[in-house]
Every structure is written in C-alpha cells, then in structure tokens.
Ligand binder design. Structure first.
Ligand code: PMP
Length: 424
C-alpha cells in the first residue's frame, strides 16, 4: 500500500523522467495492469493509450509472457555473457536476423535503446577507423530527431529539444540537416532534395554515418516524413562512403504498419537499433544489428574486437521474454490489428484538424498525433484524461497515442473521445 508519506517521498526524492524535484508534478500510483487497463491504487481503471512508451504491444499481464518469465526464472535469471552463451540469446538473435531487413546478419545485445545507439555509433567509428578513415569521426542527422539520453545519443538529438547549449562544453558537435517537409504520403522530386545533396557534399568527408529515425520521428516531434527522403539518404550514404544507421527503437515490431519502418522505403541500413517493444514491454532489452561487411571490417581493425560489453548483456530473462513476445506477434495477425487501429484513428482523429486550436493531425499505423497550436498544459490535460478513464501523456504541443495492438474498438473510441472532448 502507498500512503501519503510515500507519495510525498516520491514527489520530493525520486526523479521521474524529465522532472523537477523542486517543483514536482503529480504522479498517479498504479497498483497493477491487465490487458489494456492500468489499475490505479484508488481502484480507478484507465485505458492505456501509450503502451508505456511504445513497448507493451500485447498489453499488460500477458499469460504467455508471464509463463515465459517463470520458465526462464527456474533456469537462470542472469548469467554473464563474456565467455558464456545460452539458448535464449541465441534463439533471439536468430529470430532478429530472420525478421530484420535482408543483409543485417550480426547482432549485439544491448540493455536499453540509448545503449544500442551508443553501440551503433561506436561501430560506425570503429568501421571508419579500420578503413584508415579515422577523420570520419562525426555524425550527420536530421533536426527534431531523438535517439536517447546518454551522451553519444544525446549529441545527435535535436539541438534545441536536446538542450545542446546547456551541455555545449561536454557534447561532441555533429551536423544537422533540416527536417524533411514532405509528409508520409507525399513524394519528393529530385530537385527538392538539392539541400540534402549539398549537406552531404559539405560534411560527409568528416562523418562516419548518417543516423536517423526512419519515416517516424518520435520524441523529437512525432513527425511522419516521406519514405522517398529515406531512399535518397540511402543513395547519398552509398555515394559518399558513409554508413546509414536506422534507429527503429520506437518504430520497430509493427508500430507503423510495416514490421520495420525502413520497409516503407525498401531500404536496408548498415546498422539498425531495435528496443522498446522487443520484450513486449516486460524488460529492458535492445539490440544493434549490422551487416557482414561492417562486422568484418570492425573486427579486422586495430582493436580486433568490437569495443563494448555491458554487465547485463544478453540477459537471459529478457531474451526469453523477447522470444515469446516475437512468437506472439507473429501468431497474432498484427498487420490486421494495426491497420484496424489506423483506420479508426483516421476516422476519429482527423476531423479534429478543423478545430481552431489544432495545427495538424496525423495518423500512421497504430500512432495518432494531434499537434496543437499552443503548448499543452500537461498536468491539466492528464487530470482531465484520468477523469475520463484513459491514460494519455502529452508533451510540448502534442497529444499523441500509440495503444497496445490488442486494444478493442470501444476502448480506442473512449481514448479518441477523451481527446476530442479535451480539444473541443
Ligand atoms: N531512440 C528512439 C527513437 C527512442 O524513441 C528512444 C526512447 N524514447 C530511444 C532511442 C532511447 O531508448 P531508451 O529510452 O530505451 O534508452
């Protein structure tokens, strides 16, 4: 049981993501969760619109995932990965190689999305170094991107959203190109990509790789851009001898309607990061995949090895759950579910674009975004949504949802109705 003192301790002593301890915002104690419902400590139930930040694609308290965890616990929760291997990790890496875009064959298991991005960046640096191109030590990326909160990842996040000025003395400096303006459903003519070509001409000789979130920019602004742009970047990376890193941490495992967002552009990156939904939201686990060519070049370089190895690498419990989560995904008609969610979100959210306070509405796969003209008062909006029995956590001027794929029509309707009621 959580009492008042516990809550006060929480408010004053425990940092939540991006929060102040001097001016704490309300937090809602959750006692348990089941299906698409979060159960608050006071007994109230909320329909989850967030999938706990893109992770719980099968919902909460999933019997198959619970069982996989229990079965693995009886064997071992953890064992070091240095000099040791185990079935859950091998099976998971086999699956990842099979389901990710053709050509990605080698796997590094990381403990969080941010770490998998650090790993990807270090891989690119080691690759260029091994090719005798150690001057290629910077990165190119797109403004309004988000790749995680650790230092390397942060240095390629949007300079404003990532507060680069605050960390200016600390963060390495990289090269940022403007966000693509064409929407997901629009196409690019070649001449419109002249700025991108110029950007490559100016900077690629100093860069190891171009890192981006394919098609959907998530925490940096929930923007869905034209797959043509991604295709063009793939061509330019090849022409300028730099690697393409695709951060599929948010988009991976079906969220955008394709298993991986790179598939919208039929592109294989040289390095790809996955995380978040990998374990169905049960455990923290991520992976960085790369090609035979990159792995071989890295391992033939000066170090002779890839220089990374976290303590909890390949955690067996997380891998066992990830194996089961992928099995569930592939036996679940996920495409039908995601496209039903997409259809309903389009029907129920797009009319909001006519509202005076709304700047734009966009829907892709199981992601719905209402971009407001002004900043959303998050505590006020959250309180409103909780009163309506739904869990939605806006940020900046964005009210966005990405529900578990198992959500039923009526529950999703309650979420979109709550958003509509908040806005109009
Ligand atoms: N990349 C992207 C695209 C993300 O959305 C996130 C998390 N929001 C990360 C990287 C970082 O992942 P993690 O929070 O697991 O470190």
């Amino acid at each position: 049981m959580i009492n008042k003192e516990d809550l006060s301790f929480d408010q004053n002593r425990i940092w939540h993501p991006y929060t102040s301890l001097s001016n704490p915002l309300p937090t809602y104690p959750v006692a348990s969760a089941d299906g698409v419902r979060l159960k608050l400590a006071d007994g109230k139930e909320l329909i989850d619109g967030m999938s706990s930040w893109w992770t719980t694609i099968h919902g909460y308290n999933v019997p198959e995932l619970n069982q996989a965890a229990k079965d693995q616990l009886k064997k071992m929760a953890h064992v070091m990965f240095g000099g040791i291997t185990h079935e859950p990790a091998i099976k998971l890496c086999q699956k990842l190689v099979k389901i990710t875009p053709e050509g990605l064959e080698k796997v590094f298991l990381a403990d969080s999305g941010s770490v998998s991005v650090e790993v990807a960046m270090k891989m690119a640096i080691q690759y260029q170094h091994a090719k005798g191109q150690s001057q290629k030590s910077k990165f190119m990326t797109i403004r309004n991107g988000y790749h995680g909160d650790t230092t390397g990842a942060m240095s390629v996040c949007d300079p404003e959203g990532g507060m680069h000025h605050l960390f200016a003395e600390f963060l390495p400096k990289h090269f940022f190109v403007d966000q693509p303006q064409k929407r997901f459903e629009e196409s690019y003519e070649n001449e419109e990509l002249a700025q991108l070509e110029q950007f490559f001409r100016l900077n690629s000789d100093k860069c190891a790789a171009f890192i981006l979130e394919p098609v959907v920019q998530g925490a940096g602004g929930m923007w869905f851009y034209s797959p043509d742009y991604l295709k063009k970047i793939r061509q330019l990376c090849d022409a300028h001898d730099i690697l393409l890193i695709a951060d599929e941490i948010a988009t991976g495992f079906g969220r955008t309607g394709k298993l991986f967002a790179c598939e919208h552009a039929e592109v294989t990156p040289d390095i790809m990061c996955v995380g978040k939904a990998l374990t169905g939201g049960y455990m923290t686990l991520a992976a960085t995949l790369t090609t035979q060519h990159v792995a071989e070049t890295v391992c033939n370089g000066e170090a002779g090895v890839f220089m990374h190895g976290p303590t909890f690498m390949g955690n067996p419990l997380a891998c066992a759950i990830a194996n089961k989560s992928l099995e569930l995904l592939f036996t679940s008609n996920w495409q039908d579910k995601v496209s039903a969610i997409e259809k309903q979100l389009k029907q129920e959210l797009i009319p909001l674009a006519n509202s005076l306070s709304v700047k734009d509405v966009r829907v892709l796969g199981a992601i719905g975004v209402v971009e407001m003209k002004g900043t959303v008062d998050v505590p006020k909006a959250q309180k409103f949504f909780v009163e309506k029995g739904v869990w939605i956590r806006p940020f900046r001027n964005l009210i966005y949802i990405m529900p578990p794929y198992i959500i039923e029509k009526g529950d999703l309707h309650r979420i979109t109705t709550a958003i509509t009621n908040y806005i109009v």
